[in-house]
Design a binder for this molecule. Sequence first.
Ligand code: ADE
Ligand code: ZN
Length: 352
Amino acid sequence: MSLSDYVRVMPKAELHVHLQGATQPETLLHLAQRNGITLPAETVEGIREWYTFQDFDHFLSVYDLICECFRSGEDIELALREFSAGQAAQNIRYTEVTFTPPRRIPWPEQFAALRRGREWALTEHGIIINLILDIPREYDAAVGNLIADWAIDGSRAGVVVGLGLGGPERGNPAARFADAFEKARASGLPAALHAGEVVGPESIWDALAHGFSARIGHGVRCLEDPRLVEHLRDRQIPLEVSPSSNVLLGVCSSLAEHPLPRLLDAGLYVTVNSDDPPMFNTTLTDEFLRCAEAFGWGAERIEQLTLNALRVAFYSERQTLVEQYLAEFARLREQFGIQTCEPVESASHIGP
Ligand code: ADE
Ligand code: ZN
């Protein structure tokens, strides 16, 4: 059995992936059609091309238009079901998916849809899907407070497990949303903010100080500040690293140049994620395989990174999951008679 076979079948976990950013072209066309929204393309191929990276602003405009296509609870539930089926197909048994809540849909309708979607994922596929609601950075503080209220309310029955901050990092510091994150913290709801992706270390310090960020979305630019590296390492603050996203959004020039190996060498707590998979022509499985090929990783490294994700999940049963995964890794290795895996010959490539 090759490493790629093993990575495909092993149970996996993902902490940083966006529901809207994971919307497949077919689903988007369906949502746009039923809501009477005109998209820049009318075919799956056309949408795929439109998704293709041009620059960060184009990426955010695509993301915003996808958000526009979510007009009802049924739209949210459909997207969540399709997303869950994709996670199940990769044997990703635990996911924290970030959802940008549309203001035009009443929160109770959104909550009911998210709840139905994740229950479907559990009964139909046996996988756990927990939600993180994110505040788009370009919004004003009042909207941030509203989304924090929704996230706190959504933590009933464990549907929402965290509060996030996404969107254009430059010029939109987390400090503007300090009230929202303070409110979440006071309610026991943890935060995971995007930071240190487009902006340097100061943005990560800002996310820690004003957002109480328990994990950092991306965070790869921390390496520019040795004091920050020390701070993150000493506290083992997890970084949600998304290699293909970083390459395609221009955070680094190629996967070979990606700072991931340096983050690991620095003793930082790393997890691997897909971010917005169809936009970056990837999946979590592909992320592991591409990294295995680029950095010479074996099965142990990928198992370790999977356990890293579980151990810092915003989920009270995470330790049970760790034990289940460890047993499953051992069972699979035994079943397939693998001690050490063969190297990956060729992973799929980044980009269209
Ligand atoms: N929203 C979805 N993906 C994002 C990213 N990589 N950076 C900022 N906001 C996002
Ligand atoms: Zn993201």
